[in-house]
Design a protein around this ligand. Structure first.
Ligand SMILES: *Cc1c(COP(=O)(O)O)cnc(C)c1O
Length: 328
């Protein structure tokens, strides 16, 4: 049996929800099929929560450069106008502020805000980690104004940053997290997990998904989380540090070419000082799948099982590339 109607409970998704709670915080979990759907659920959850307090408590704050998915609500929260062009009118009541700008956050915050949705590391937008101070300020302001703090962990969750979830670097307790991508290691699943404080905000039927968290996928995701617990977390920390150190050494060798190395665990970026539009193709031709953001940010999100030899091969290749730039 791979699927039953969501009118029934089954132990498989329940066990997965319990496991997510054990690795993050106690609460309730809604399962869907993708990251966009998870964020759509988060947006609806914040709005619903806000409306229970006051009719005008409906503003959502997200970050400039953020990415939250392609459905209309998730797209409207995404802080990059290039993805929104041609799809107007987008969902109203969403404010974007620059990451790590505490002043902008304080100014945007008011009793009308029902939720703040943040990527712990702005991933697709160029690998910009949030500062712990910014995350803690968001927590403080959410408490003050009775708003919910949700982290979009679609890319940073499931061990990517060397902790189970990216927010765990901040010493901040969120009201909710959204998950997808790696959760079932390639099978389609998404989740919104909210703190038990808010377990009664939604009654059954307020939000739903036919295939979300079906039995097959829940079983796979539970295994993924077990593997993470037993083997992968310490490995990601160790190999991520090694990768970053090697890249930093390279950046010191070529200060005129590399501006900085950003990121944490196995979500890293090389910020070049000059446009390198050809680098992505060159790397691909040599067997390295990377992602070029704009024309000068190389985003690196290798498999969590990458080893030192593979990293060495990559850094050596990058070294040759920088050397050639130097003598151009
Ligand atoms: C990829 C991504 C999404 C969207 O997930 P889909 O499964 O493609 O809908 C949302 N948020 C973040 C941070 C992502 O990286």
């Amino acid at each position: 049996m791979i699927h039953i109607s969501n009118l029934f409970y089954h132990k498989q998704p329940l066990q997965l929800a319990k496991k997510i709670g054990a690795l993050s915080f106690r609460g309730r979990t809604f399962f869907c099929n993708s990251g966009a759907e998870a964020n759509e659920a988060a947006l609806k959850f914040c709005r619903y929560y806000g409306h229970q307090i006051a009719p005008d408590k409906k503003t959502i704050i997200t970050l400039e450069r953020s990415f939250h998915g392609r459905t209309l609500g998730a797209l409207s929260m995404t802080g990059q106008t290039k993805y929104q062009e041609g799809f107007s009118p987008i969902v109203p009541g969403i404010v974007h502020i620059p990451a790590n700008n505490i002043e902008a956050l304080e100014q945007a915050m008011s009793s009308q805000v029902c939720g703040i949705i943040l990527e712990p590391v702005i991933a697709e937008g160029g690998v910009y980690p949030l500062s712990p101070e910014f995350a803690r300020k968001a927590r403080e302001l959410c408490d003050l104004h009775k708003a919910l703090l949700i982290f979009d962990e679609v890319q940073t969750g499931i061990g990517r940053t060397g902790t189970y979830f990216g927010y765990q670097h901040f010493n901040v307790e969120p009201d909710g997290i959204t998950l997808a991508k790696a959760l079932a290691n390639g099978l389609p699943i998404g989740a919104l997990h909210v703190s038990e404080k808010w377990q009664d905000v939604w009654s059954p039927g307020k939000h739903a998904s036919t295939f979300g968290g079906n039995l097959l996928i829940s079983a796979v995701a539970e295994q993924v989380l077990s593997l993470l617990e037993e083997e992968l977390i310490p490995q990601v920390q160790e190999i991520g540090d090694y990768f970053k150190t090697r890249l930093q050494t390279l950046s010191r060798l070529y200060p005129d070419i590399i501006q900085e190395i950003r990121g944490i665990g196995l979500i890293l970026a090389v910020q070049f000082k000059l446009p390198v539009p050809e680098i992505h193709r060159l790397l691909l031709d040599n067997g390295f799948i990377t992602n070029l953001i704009g024309d000068s940010i190389l985003r690196l999100t290798p498999p969590l099982i990458i080893n030192r030899e593979q990293i060495d091969m990559f850094v050596d290749f990058l070294n040759d590339f920088c050397a050639k730039q130097f003598y151009k």
